[in-house]
Design a protein around this ligand. Structure first.
Ligand code: HEC
Ligand code: HEC
Length: 346
């Protein structure tokens, strides 16, 4: 009886703990790699300083939930509302003034056409002529030369437009982002009416937005059994590759280059292949993928004689890049890969 009571007490205690998520810990785990432990910024924009005094809660919440699709900022669709709110509270702990600004959802009315002209004159040098900002696909890439200390965010981004209401966009342009190159209304020399015109133009980038879905199966590597022996499995794979119009590269034993030739384990072979059309499409959308492509299936004979096939789960890996276009191509590739495995092990 007493034990039961203790268990009950324990459950009560631990559930009350999990009811209040630790925003600092969650921030460290999910955000600090890019935004820095204290919000100083890095790959991600700075979050502290003057700007944190103005961030509305709704904007921060939605930015975390929806991310910035096609840029580096991920969508955190597995965190609970309470967890995201605790992260937002942690960001607010950097504020000097504890009061939090709110901006009504009322649309800002302006002349979109005039806004477009002004945008080309005043904003496009940094945010691109159509609000796309610099570069392809990502906010910052390792290989790309950077013109600015802080990469100007994309303003045509569906995640940004879903998170920021008109009044908040207006406020951002009014104050600029002190400490960065983003100028204020005053520096830009624009009138209040012109400011409204620019906001309506930025809003016109918006199209219906579907937030990216979380995946059910999220194993980055998939493992399959083959009913055949090592050599037959490899022969089957090669035959299916040809049938499915894949090109394959010379065979590679897993330990090639790592051990002297004679000692290489010849019961572990990587088959590397690709469909060039898909491959180019993917690398064009996301140059950083060069590291993980082409596709491969690794065939391994276990000590008990069982043959295992290992393949990278393109569906999961591509989601790391938060880019719908890329995910679509990766899903096509995944289908082809599953067909290949099916054929070779049937
Ligand atoms: C992999 C890197 C990365 C991670 C992880 C990341 N971010 Fe970001 N974040 C970015 C980038 C890059 C941008 C700028 C988007 C752009 O370039 O369009 C950004 C933008 C933002 C913005 C908009 C800032 C502004 O000035 O309006 C907020 C807010 C933000 N991130 C919060 C977070 C929080 C909170 C987390 C953790 C839950 C997080 N981010 C995790 C890279 C990241
Ligand atoms: C000299 C370069 C530059 C110019 C010109 C400029 N911006 Fe920016 N803008 C930036 C940078 C850099 C940031 C990110 C700064 C930060 O928050 O750290 C930014 C941030 C923003 C943001 C916030 C977006 C977000 O994700 O947080 C908006 C909105 C914005 N700019 C709109 C405009 C508009 C509209 C104009 C023209 C009226 C303009 N900017 C002109 C560089 C510029």
């Amino acid at each position: 009886m007493r034990q039961l009571f203790l268990i009950f007490y324990f459950l009560l205690f631990t559930t009350s703990l999990s009811a209040a998520p630790d925003g600092h810990k969650l921030y460290t785990k999910h955000c600090s790699v890019c935004h820095n432990e204290n919000g100083m910024g890095g790959i991600g924009l700075p979050l502290n300083g003057e700007k944190v005094e103005h961030f509305p809660r709704d904007y921060l919440f939605k930015t975390v939930r929806l991310g910035r699709e096609g840029r580096v900022m991920p969508a955190f669709n597995k965190l609970s509302d309470a967890q995201i709110n605790s992260i937002v509270d942690h960001i607010y702990s950097w504020k000097k003034n504890p009061e939090v600004d709110t901006y009504s959802d009322e649309p800002v009315k302006g002349d979109e056409k005039n806004g477009q002209n002004l945008f080309l004159q005043k904003c496009s040098a940094c945010h691109g002529k159509d609000g796309k900002s610099e570069g392809l696909g990502t906010g910052v890439s390792v290989s790309r030369e950077r013109k600015f200390q802080v990469v100007p965010p994309a303003l045509n981004n569906p995640g940004f437009l879903a998170a920021a209401n008109d009044k908040w966009i207006r406020q951002t342009i009014k104050t600029g982002r002190p400490g960065t190159i983003m100028p204020s209304q005053k520096t830009l020399q624009i009138t209040d009416q012109e400011l409204n015109d620019i906001v309506s133009y930025v809003r016109s980038f918006e199209t219906a937005y579907q937030p990216p879905k979380a995946l059910e199966e999220d194993q980055p590597t998939l493992v399959f059994d083959s009913p055949y022996d090592f050599m037959t499995t490899i022969a089957n794979l090669k035959q299916s590759l040809q049938g499915l119009n894949f090109r394959y590269f010379p065979d590679r034993y897993m330990e090639m280059g790592l051990a002297p030739d004679k000692l290489i384990n010849r019961k572990q072979l990587s088959l590397r292949f690709c469909n060039f059309r898909q491959l180019y499409k993917m690398i064009n959308t996301e140059p950083r993928l060069g590291v993980v492509l082409p596709c491969r299936v690794t065939v391994v004979e276990q000590p008990d004689g069982q043959i295992k096939l290992y393949v990278m789960n393109m569906k999961v890996v591509s989601r790391l890049f938060n880019n719908t276009q890329l995910s679509k191509t990766a899903d096509e590739m995944h289908e082809a890969l599953m067909e290949l495995i099916d054929e070779a092990t049937l």
